[in-house]
Design a protein around this ligand. Structure first.
Ligand code: HEC
Length: 210
């Protein structure tokens, strides 16, 4: 290859490189866009805020006085099959892997005789001394989250309806907690008299959803 040919080739390569470089510069210049000072349109973003104020807001337990009398006890018995590998439901309160569950509604937390509870459950009893409907509802959703360190290795019942059903079933097994009176449906109205009837105040509170 003669020197001249080499020079031509080298020149060509250089020119091409330069061309590519310039082209890149020009295109970026062309396509850089400044945001407009005033947007032509704006999109309103409404953030979904849960009623409790954040995603970690605890689930509101149902109104037991309303829901228990008509709850599906048979469905609860079906759900109890998920507990049966560890729990017995007989009136003698036989303990297995887990404590006997007959009479657990209204029973002291970690209070079944003859059962060796975890330290976590014993500690829980200091905070939540009795298995109320609400306590069961919360615990059974996610046992390990509610009582970290519990030796109940069960994932939990994420569906509220399953928990309501099992609690209704447990309530038929020697429960010592009476069913509470139903909560009044709408706490809005005070003394219903003629003046109030005209006021729109009654619509202020939305009905509690169950
Ligand atoms: C894999 C075994 C297992 C399964 C399945 C299981 N549990 Fe448990 N459960 C346990 C153990 C173990 C304990 C004791 C927990 C501790 O001491 O930390 C317990 C404790 C409990 C307690 C507290 C009782 C007390 O006396 O304080 C309740 C209530 C309970 N379980 C309900 C249920 C229900 C209802 C189901 C079914 C939906 C269920 N468990 C499924 C093992 C299980």
């Amino acid at each position: 290859m003669s020197d001249l040919t080499f020079n031509k080739i080298a020149g060509g390569v250089l020119a091409t490189g330069l061309a590519i470089f310039l082209l890149k510069e020009v295109t970026t210049e062309l396509f850089i866009q400044e945001p407009p000072e005033k947007p032509g349109y704006s999109i309103a973003v409404v953030e979904a805020v849960s009623p409790g104020g954040g995603p970690a807001a605890p689930e509101v337990p149902p109104d037991w006085g309303t829901i228990l009398p008509t709850a599906d006890v048979a469905a609860g018995q079906t759900v109890s099959a998920k507990c049966a590998s560890c729990h017995q439901f007989d009136p003698a309160g036989t303990n297995g892997t887990g404590p006997g569950l007959f009479g657990v509604v209204g029973r002291k937390t970690a209070g079944h005789p003859g059962y060796m509870y975890s330290q976590a459950m014993v500690d829980e009893a200091a905070k939540s001394p009795v298995w109320t409907y609400d306590a069961l509802f919360e615990y059974l959703k996610n046992p390990q989250k509610v009582v970290p360190g519990t030796k109940m290795s069960f994932v939990g019942l994420p569906k509220a309806e399953d928990r309501i059903a099992i609690i209704a079933y447990l309530h038929t097994l020697g429960s010592t907690l009476p069913i509470p009176a139903p909560k009044p449906a709408a706490p809005a109205a005070e003394a219903p008299d003629a003046d109030d009837a005209a006021a729109p105040a009654a619509e202020a509170a939305p009905p509690a959803k169950g």
